[in-house]
Design a protein around this ligand. Structure first.
Ligand code: CA2
Length: 184
């Protein structure tokens, strides 16, 4: 794993870097409050084209709009959000590996890799953090090849067909999962 594996270095969709808490204090000494938790919001192939085609299926919001939704939800829920997108399977996996020691939970829309990637499912299992799978469209009302997900078997929760609101619902659910874990 190298530093370049961190989405903060390579994605235009990063809202805030995830550093270990102690380092964050050094980098942002004037920050008076720390986030309750940090969440990586990961987006797979072609989602960078959101809002440009197929509005009947995906709506008209762009990925920048979704990043903004997540950032706003993060502020409301006291979450630090890293928002990333890549078209490359290996890049998504490298970001997941880098997140292992840096974030508390993963929200992922693996896009088409949902239906093909054992490697992404394995990476999600390996990092041992809560995972919520999000799909903007209702994949079960679409072609049969979209009905199977390799990620669902390793996810704590799945949100489909709620449009981009699904990302916000996932962040809200993530807070509940993390609070329940902390209380145990
Ligand atoms: O519904 C979802 O969120 C999906 O993950 C979106 C993927 C699709 O392969 C999954 O089956 C379901 C496709 C992402 C590409 O999105 C575009 C949106 C507008 C224009 C072009 C691509």
């Amino acid at each position: 794993m190298t530093d370049t594996a961190e989405c903060a270095h390579t994605s235009p969709y990063v809202e805030k870097r995830c550093e270990p808490a102690a380092l964050r204090f050094l980098f942002y000494p004037l920050e008076t409050t720390m986030s309750f938790a940090s969440v990586l919001v990961l987006n797979g192939p072609n989602l960078n084209l959101l809002g440009t085609r197929e509005p009947a299926i995906y709506g008209s919001e762009t990925l920048d709009d979704v990043a903004r939704l997540c950032r706003d939800a993060g502020e409301r829920l006291d979450l630090s959000i890293d928002f990333c997108q890549s078209n490359a399977e290996h890049q998504l996996i490298d970001w997941l590996h880098a997140a292992r020691t840096k974030v508390d939970g993963i929200v992922i829309n693996p896009a088409a890799y949902t239906h093909t990637s054992v490697a992404i499912a394995d990476a999600l299992t390996a990092i041992e953090k809560p995972v919520i799978e999000v799909h903007i469209s209702n994949v079960h009302r679409r072609e049969a090849f979209r009905h199977h997900s390799y990620v669902s078997a390793v996810a704590d929760a799945i949100i489909v067909g709620c449009g981009t609101q699904g990302y916000v619902l996932a962040l809200e659910r993530m807070v509940t999962i993390l609070k329940n874990r902390a209380a145990k």
